[in-house]
Design a protein around this ligand. Sequence first.
Ligand code: HPA
Length: 273
Amino acid sequence: MTDNYEKALEAAHFLRSKLPKVPEILVVLGSGLGAFADTLEQSVRVDYRLIPHLPTSTVVGHHGRQVCGYTGGKCVAAMQGRFHFYEGYTLQQATFYLRIAKLLGIEKVILTNAAGGIDPSLAPGDLMLIDDHINLMAANPLQGLNDERFGPRFPDLTDAYDPDYRAIAREEAARLGIPLKSGVYAALLGPSYETPAEIRMIRCFGAHAVGMSTVPETIVARHMGMRVLGISCITNLAAGVLDQPINHEDVLEVGRQVADRFIPLLHAVIARM
Ligand code: HPA
């Protein structure tokens, strides 16, 4: 674990030498949502392959680079592509970029994702504020020895998704006339989509949407005391809700279609974080 701290420090030093300024907020862009990074001003791009000890992104629709730039006078680092458990990384590897971000000096995180809608109130194209999560990955990124320099052995996950940030997101969405639902996000390992029977089970558990990311990242961010805002883009209805199959191309396409609401909402929220 000591090893991880030193590696994260080395990567943070590298990024510090590439970026004009320490970013204030890290924004992680989910499948099909990468276009936000192109709207940042005076941006600097850093390919993940150049960042020491960072894995590379293997998923179609994820660029694998960090774009650092400005919006509303705030310096933001946007990750175009994240690392998933299903790609074969350990959860420690998949969340390592957050360790780097923390050691770089970033304290605020926006996690976005594509998700399948379970609750009948959700439709493809909806944006859903994450109020809470359910970890169904049967794994935890904090498993193993704890490095106290990052955070405590038993971190609290009450209000894992920052209540003040959620209030800001709701206010800004209302002000801009952007419909914003809210609910509980359940994360599964993937990469296969769920079966209809699994979706019926997850609905009974109290989840409104389902995906394959975000939960490990929230756990690691909260371990280090970073404040988290989570937003899901509902790209499809979960398995069995409609009598039709789910495919990754449709997920990416719907992600791209919500850009006209997703991008202005992110800019407005960032300005107030
Ligand atoms: N299930 C899991 N992950 C997803 C889905 C889904 O239906 N849609 C987008 N990501």
